[in-house]
Design a protein around this ligand. Structure first.
Ligand code: QUE
Length: 559
């Protein structure tokens, strides 16, 4: 295969990101002004001085929006603060200016009247004050209290996991164009064009068919542009719609890092019971996720952490509770793994603690052996704490193979020796397996979308619900389409994802983008091929028997 178009333009530096799009005549720059406090009541906005800056065209507040609140699961987050301030740098008003310079000067001149309130900034405080956004039903299996009581050993403690900034190379960015018929077109750096379309429509009081959102590519996303691209698109759209001018918002890295959500910090309170051979017999957990100020995707992220708290290990007696805590910080959001890492990290760390505990109590067993002992089985010990049968379990064999092929035990011995001799730096070694649930837990989202056009020169255009964030999904879609149609890869061009062509799409997320949208492209190609075969049969005057045969075929069986 020749290098796909996307690859060539990336390597040449020709790939266009949002802020590379040349400005249109009359285009305005848009920026927000954020809260200087983490928690408080907004009493007034004073923009007189800002509006005097030459080139500044408008200042909009929450009262200019048709619908202020947005949110993927619960609509509890204001696009612009109406009254209650939830976190530092939370957008309060939007400015539009003819130049970036005027915008930046004006942003510093807006004054707010705010009654400051005490803020909850740490998980400890949120837990103590029961400041919660969500609490799902717990997972229960076996008898946790008896399980703990009957284990030879028990460990109890609190495990802390910090947050993480996505640090995508391209900050949140959108351009909004006012079209006739009150339509608005958004080009955005978004993993979720459909949600951006919906949030913009709600914000402006438009119907969904009046809003188009197109995504060509993102300069990285990692979950950070799944829900949180939409509010910035809405700010640009507000300016474009009200002033009838194209409007561009491109956050600086500083603003992006201050105001957008991150990976959820977690605090997990644990009690684990185990025997002399390292077999884990009971696990009792309370997971506290720092959701920040608003719900965003936190309930699904906490779910996933609770689903992954078993790692790849069978545990007979389990009790897992979870809470999304409300703190006065940016609203935390999707981030690669989506709670899975926060769930699975604890049990892996516990296994190291168990190995250490057993070593100190006269039963030295290597952590790798403890992992092997506890792995889900193939025929028994093969249901999870959420009731799923672990099928086609390759892990026990794979684990043993990896142990051997990596010379784990030999290396372990060498490292133990180095550590015994060392007076400073210690070396470490670990081998772990992983069970990860791909696809959306909100199951209706596991659906793809594709539009395939065959042009009269035989070349093909395809667009799908999958957005390109640098993961190469357009290349996969190109290959899936070409192979489905039986044509060379370079006869297929993958065009941008747009709500005009790809409506009601799911976000590109949950390890599902290539599979579900690649399959959607294949289904579309199969239908087209089937019709083409019928046409060809007529055109080439195939005998009537074979035409009749083709007509009875089902495109779903077309190869
Ligand atoms: C990874 C996931 C999920 C996800 C995003 C990821 C997931 C899930 C949702 C979700 C839930 C409710 C919604 C929505 C998305 O997002 O499992 O839009 O309304 O359920 O990156 O695993």
């Amino acid at each position: 295969m020749k290098a796909p178009a996307n690859v060539i333009s990336h390597v040449r530096g020709e790939s266009e990101f949002i802020d590379d799009i040349p400005p249109m005549q009359g285009e305005l720059y848009v920026g927000y002004v954020g809260s200087p406090v983490a928690h408080g009541e907004l009493l007034g906005v004073e923009a007189t001085e800002a509006l005097k800056v030459p080139g500044v065209r408008a200042c909009f507040t929450a009262s200019d929006l048709h619908h202020t609140n947005w949110g993927t699961i619960v609509q509890d987050q204001p696009l612009l603060v109406e009254k209650e301030i939830g976190h530092i740098d939370e957008p309060i008003c939007v400015l539009a200016a003819e130049t970036r310079e005027a915008l930046e000067i004006a942003r510093r001149l807006v004054k707010f009247e705010i009654k400051q309130k005490p803020a909850i900034l740490a998980l400890d405080e949120a837990i103590a004050k029961k400041s919660f956004l969500h609490a799902p039903p717990p997972f229960k299996r076996g008898n946790i209290e008896a399980g703990l009581k009957n284990s030879r050993h028990r460990l109890k403690g609190v495990f802390h996991i910090g947050g993480q900034e996505h640090f995508y190379l391209e900050s949140q960015a959108s351009i909004a164009y006012p079209l006739d018929g009150q339509q608005v077109k958004i080009v955005s750096s978004s993993q979720h064009p459909t949600e951006t379309q919906h949030v913009v429509a709600h914000a402006l009081g438009l119907t969904y068919n009046q809003v188009i959102c197109e995504v060509r590519r993102m300069g990285g996303a990692f979950g950070g542009k799944e829900s949180q691209a939409a509010p910035f698109a809405a700010m640009a759209a507000l300016v474009a719609h009200r002033l009838r001018k194209p409007a561009r918002i491109v956050l600086t890295k500083d603003d992006d890092m201050k105001t957008t959500g991150k990976r959820h910090p977690f605090q997990t309170h644990y009690e684990v019971g185990f025997n002399d051979n390292g077999e884990i017999t009971a696990l009792k957990l309370k997971l506290y996720a720092d959701g920040g100020a608003y719900t965003d995707l936190s309930p699904s992220i906490l779910d996933r952490a609770m689903f992954h708290s078993d790692g790849s290990y069978y545990i007979g007696n389990v009790f897992i509770e979870g809470w999304v805590c409300k703190t006065h910080t940016h609203s935390n959001t999707a981030f690669r793994g989506f709670g899975g890492p926060q769930g699975a990290l604890l049990i892996e760390s516990l296994i190291e603690d168990i190995a250490q505990h057993l070593r100190q109590n006269g039963s030295p067993i290597d952590a790798a052996q403890i992992r092997l002992t506890n792995l889900y089985g193939k025929e028994t010990r093969n249901t999870t704490h959420y009731g799923q049968l672990v099928e086609n379990n390759l892990l026990p064999d794979l684990f043993e193979k990896a142990l051997k092929s990596s010379s784990y035990l030999k290396r372990r011995k060498a490292i133990d020796q180095i550590n015994r001799d060392s007076e400073g730096l210690l070396h470490g070694l670990a081998i772990t397996g992983c069970k990860f649930g791909i696809s959306f837990t909100t199951r209706f989202l596991n659906q793809g979308n594709a539009l395939v056009h065959v042009h009269r020169d035989g070349t093909v255009q395809v667009s799908t619900g999958a957005t390109d964030m640098g993961q190469g999904v357009y290349t996969k879609i190109q290959i899936a389409t070409a192979r489905s149609l039986g044509i060379p890869d370079d006869m297929v061009f993958v065009t941008s994802t747009s709500t005009e062509k790809n409506a009601n799409t799911s976000p590109t997320a949950a390890s599902s983008g290539s599979d579900i949208n690649g399959m959607a492209a294949k289904v579309a190609c199969d239908k087209i091929l089937f019709r083409l075969k019928q046409v060809a049969a007529f055109a080439f005057e195939a005998n009537t028997a074979s035409i009749a045969e083709i007509e009875t075929l089902d495109w779903r069986n077309a190869d």
